[in-house]
Write a protein that binds this ligand. Structure first.
Ligand SMILES: Cc1cc2nc3c(=O)[nH]c(=O)nc-3n(C[C@H](O)[C@H](O)[C@H](O)COP(=O)(O)OP(=O)(O)OC[C@H]3O[C@@H](n4cnc5c(N)ncnc54)[C@H](O)[C@@H]3O)c2cc1C
Length: 465
């Protein structure tokens, strides 16, 4: 198939698909409704201060091989700073430190796990036993766990409320954006197995040194050099469908002819664009509305004085799950970013209330320090942050290409909500973009890159299954 490929959406999925297709000489046109790229992983200019702020802190893990591949292709991999230790608040004591040791997976986190002071020996024993069982279950267990919650599985593995609160919840709610009693066990198992047990580097945490938006700066030039184009500020309004193929994309600036279309839009947006005829012709489009969403709240706080040297802190058992210390901004103010995932109950709150609650959590975490009041607070509510990774949702996640059940042959789907096997993450978005590019070009070499290899010991102990 030759001719112009029109890609709907300039988030990570759309950009990843565009990059791979442009690399093999396909003519691509990316349409993005907003004035900037990056979709849900982006930055904005705060109208109050003029600062460029990320919508929310975004974390990449070492196991996100496709996202890292995407950054490398763009030449921005060096903009990611790696952290190999994680600080867990344990007031009134100093925070616990969970660090990656020079041991092969799955032992690499073991020594520092045993030193966690907020957990008793009994709790550590029970946790270690559950982690051992999760390792022994192997990857095959994920499919069988599709229809139950992670909390149900943890109960079966003998975990108590306190272990859920102090260990499992902070890990899973940050990765899957739902609490253990809501999240599908298959998603949580994927996070634990791939992120913490499969490979030593997998758990390393990468944070962008600059703004998220700056990571996408090279995309436009990259595509232009290959004959592609990105058009921001252009809204897609519909798809022209002739009963067999999509012929064109209707935008607020006119109709664009298309040999093929990749939709890299969120499911609700795609649903709105599809006519009845298109939906009837393509089984992938029939259940888009059933995919639920889960919110995340990011809170930027600015202080006159720094009050900690820690780079970040996990707050187990508190509503604020993570805080990231982002250093001093251009005006010399100390910038702290707080993240609240699965933030449904926070959505109705106003900014002063949000700031006050986050400050309570910060003061809880730093009881020995005088944490001053912030001089500025800016909260960013993302009501539709990620698809809700509930049990059974995988059945609603379509694949990139039309399948055996039929479908429109020149319409490809991408987005973190497609059937990547991952929760809603930047990694999932890039994987889906690569998969759509491979399907469209009929070239598997454009598809997702390999995962980190499973460490020999982990595979031997059972993860290989
Ligand atoms: C607050 C928050 C925190 C997060 N934290 C993390 C994290 O720490 N780590 C992680 O890996 N992931 C995180 N995520 C998830 C991650 O951001 C997403 O999974 C990923 O960015 C989704 O990319 P996408 O390309 O699939 O979708 P999107 O980014 O939603 O891209 C879709 C694009 O389509 C555009 N669009 C919509 N309608 C139209 C239209 N009609 N015409 C043209 N364009 C249109 C949108 O503007 C958007 O740019 C977080 C998400 C949020 C919101």
């Amino acid at each position: 198939m030759s001719g112009r490929v029109v890609i709907l959406g300039g988030g990570l999925a759309g950009l990843a698909a565009a990059l791979r297709l442009a690399e093999v000489g396909r003519s691509v046109e990316v349409l993005e409704t907003r004035p900037r790229l990056g979709g849900r992983a982006t930055s904005f200019e705060d109208p109050r201060s003029g600062r460029i702020l990320d919508n929310c802190q975004h974390v990449v893990l070492g196991c996100c091989t496709n996202l890292l591949d995407f950054y490398e292709r763009l030449g921005v991999l060096e903009e990611i700073e790696w952290h190999r230790e994680f600080h867990w608040a344990n007031p009134p004591h100093e925070p616990d430190r969970l660090a990656i040791a020079a041991l092969p997976a799955p032992l690499h986190l073991g020594p520092s796990f045993l030193r966690q002071r907020r957990l008793s020996w009994r709790e550590k024993q029970r946790l270690a036993r559950a982690i051992w069982r999760i390792l022994r279950m192997g990857r095959a267990a994920r499919l069988a766990a599709q229809d139950r919650t992670f909390a149900a599985l943890l109960r079966e593995l003998g975990q108590t409320d306190r272990e859920l609160e102090q260990f499992w919840s902070p890990v899973i709610v940050s990765a899957c954006n739902l609490e253990p009693h809501e999240v599908g066990a298959s998603f949580a198992l994927q996070v634990i197995q791939e992120g913490f047990l499969a490979h030593r580097f997998a758990a390393s945490m990468g944070l962008a040194r600059g703004s998220l938006l700056s990571l996408y700066e090279p995309v436009g030039e990259f595509l232009a050099a290959k004959g592609g184009v990105i058009r921001t500020g252009v809204s897609v309004k519909g798809l022209q469908f002739d009963g067999r193929r999509v012929r064109g994309v209707v935008t607020d600036e006119g109709v664009i002819d298309a040999a093929a279309v990749i939709s890299a839009l969120p499911p609700d947006r795609l649903h709105k664009l599809c006519s009845e005829a298109l939906r009837a012709a393509d089984p992938r489009l029939g259940r888009l509305e059933e995919i639920g969403m889960s919110p995340i709240l990011g809170v930027h706080l600015f202080f006159e004085e720094a009050f900690t040297d820690l780079p970040h802190l996990v707050l187990p058992g508190r509503a604020t799950q993570w805080v990231f210390m982002k250093g001093r901004d251009e005006s010399g103010r100390f910038h702290v970013h707080a993240v609240i995932s699965a933030a449904e109950s926070w959505m109705p709150l106003d900014e002063p209330t949000i700031a006050r609650r986050v400050m309570e959590d910060l003061r809880w975490a730093f009881p020995r320090t005088r944490v001053p009041d912030p001089v500025e607070a800016r909260s960013v509510k993302e009501k539709r942050a990620t698809f809700a990774a509930r049990p059974g949702v995988d059945r609603l996640r379509p694949s990139a290409r039309a399948g055996v059940l039929g479908g429109v042959e020149n319409l490809y789907l991408a987005g973190d909500w497609c059937d990547t096997g991952w929760p809603a993450t930047m990694e999932g978005a890039v994987r889906s973009g690569y998969a759509a590019a491979a399907a469209l070009a009929g070239d598997d070499s454009l598809g997702p890159v390999a995962d980190l290899p499973t460490a020999r010991l982990s595979a031997w102990l059972g993860l290989g299954r």
